[in-house]
Design a protein around this ligand. Structure first.
Ligand code: ACO
Length: 380
């Protein structure tokens, strides 16, 4: 391979064939299994969307009910997982806690020699979708020195998560908004974390390791970790008046504006538009946030300065404002992203296994050759 063919970050290099989702970054189109994200956000539920992604079609009513019931049954954590969480340092990042918990699931549910077995796939999908939210909520309570709250069978997926997190039943609007957030974050073609899932899946390891690997990749600030930093950035800006001076300083020192820019979207991310609408619904119902005024002013100022580079708000820009209004601590934003993305990662796991080839890229070697070994006493 010649050096000319090397693409840093594999930009524009197809890593797989997939019919799970589609993005047209020039016009701001996102589809899951051919269905537009706006329609799913308006009409579907997260678990139905997860089913669509993983199994390739919208489930008939009976199948959806069965899927939801199975997930409800598997929400609880084994006490050994809870004990493990107790030992985690409370100052540790929840993404690290989540990655460790998901990896530990593999200890309880060993690898099936037939990874194509529909029952094994179903069991892994149900368990991961069911237990990941409980793990996030359990870590949040236990790092404060409290016992985790048991899931409630009479609550839906999103309402139950907010209940486990806040120890009180959520307002129906809050539960609905949260569910839509999960739909929006469920899948997004071959991004860094999904690529990581594909590479891990291609070794034919178990699905818990696949998802743990993807969680590790999602946490970085250039990927899912950006949503956390958006709130820190808005707090640092502090006022609408300070938006433009802050932006000037940031751009002068070549700093990144968190929640803006995307490798694929060169227009406003359609998920950001939907999230902005959700944020407005929450503000109308539960009171306004000054951070939203700062965000609006920042969006306008960034558009004036950076739109010629195709830099617009991405999914992380408004999601933080929504989660913040739902009373969710900032460092749980990325774990919540992971709760949703489990659906997409599982879909890609299945697709990879249906036509597997071990990932083994090549490299452009830039080192030297035939360097003589120098004994330690002769080194300067
Ligand atoms: N703020 C300021 N400038 C930016 C930003 C930004 N957020 N994003 C890109 N640019 C500029 C770069 O400085 C560069 O300018 P130059 O050509 O004058 O040097 C140009 O745009 C291209 O930048 P790249 O880094 O090559 O673009 P890339 O496609 O790699 O960027 C990325 C994608 C990493 C997401 C980037 O936009 C970024 O760092 N954004 C901030 C972090 C963020 O919000 N991440 C979440 C992404 S969505 C997700 O993962 C769920």
């Amino acid at each position: 391979m010649s050096v000319g063919e090397y693409k840093p970050g594999l930009e524009g290099v197809p890593a797989t064939r997939s019919n799970i989702s589609y993005v047209d970054g020039q016009v701001g189109l996102l589809e899951y299994r051919g269905m537009q994200i706006e329609d799913l956000a308006q009409q579907s539920s997260f678990l139905e969307t997860a089913y669509l992604l993983i199994f390739g079609r919208l489930p008939p009513a009976g199948e959806l009910k069965d899927f939801e019931q199975k997930i409800q049954i598997h929400r609880r954590l084994k006490y050994r997982i809870r004990d493990m969480i107790k030992c985690f340092p409370e100052s540790g990042h929840p993404m690290d806690a989540l990655q460790a918990c998901v990896a530990a699931l593999g200890l309880f549910y060993p690898l099936n020699s037939n990874l194509q077995d529909p029952e094994y796939i179903w069991g892994a999908a149900v368990r991961l979708l069911a237990k990941v939210p409980t793990m996030v909520a359990a870590f949040q309570l236990m790092r404060q020195g409290n016992d985790p709250v048991q899931p409630r069978d009479d609550l839906g997926y999103s309402a139950n998560f907010l209940y486990m997190l806040n120890e009180r039943e959520p307002d129906p609007l809050a539960a609905h908004v949260f569910d839509v957030c999960l739909i929006l974050h469920a899948e997004h073609t071959v991004n860094a974390s999904t690529f990581s899932a594909l590479v891990t899946a291609s070794t034919l390891t178990d699905p818990y390791t696949v998802i743990a690997s993807a969680i590790g990749t999602l946490g970085g600030p250039l990927h899912g970790g950006a949503n956390e930093r958006v709130m820190q950035m808005l707090a640092e800006i502090g006022s609408v008046e300070n938006v433009r001076p802050w932006l000037d300083r940031q751009l002068e020192r070549k700093g990144r504006i968190m929640g803006f820019g995307h490798r694929v979207y060169k227009v406003k991310d359609p998920r950001a538009t939907i999230l902005q609408g959700l944020a407005e619904q929450l503000f109308e119902r539960f009171g306004h946030n000054q951070a939203y005024d700062i965000a609006l002013a920042l969006e306008q100022a960034v558009e004036e300065r950076l739109s010629e580079k195709g830099i617009y708000p991405n999914v992380d820009f408004y999601s933080g404002l929504v989660y913040d209004k739902l009373g969710i601590p900032t460092d749980l934003f990325t774990p919540i992203f992971a709760i949703a993305r489990v659906a997409g990662w599982l879909a890609h796991w299945r697709e990879q296994l249906s036509d597997n080839r071990l990932f083994r890229p090549t490299q452009v070697y830039t080192g030297e050759h035939k360097i003589p070994y120098v004994p330690i006493e002769a080194r300067s």
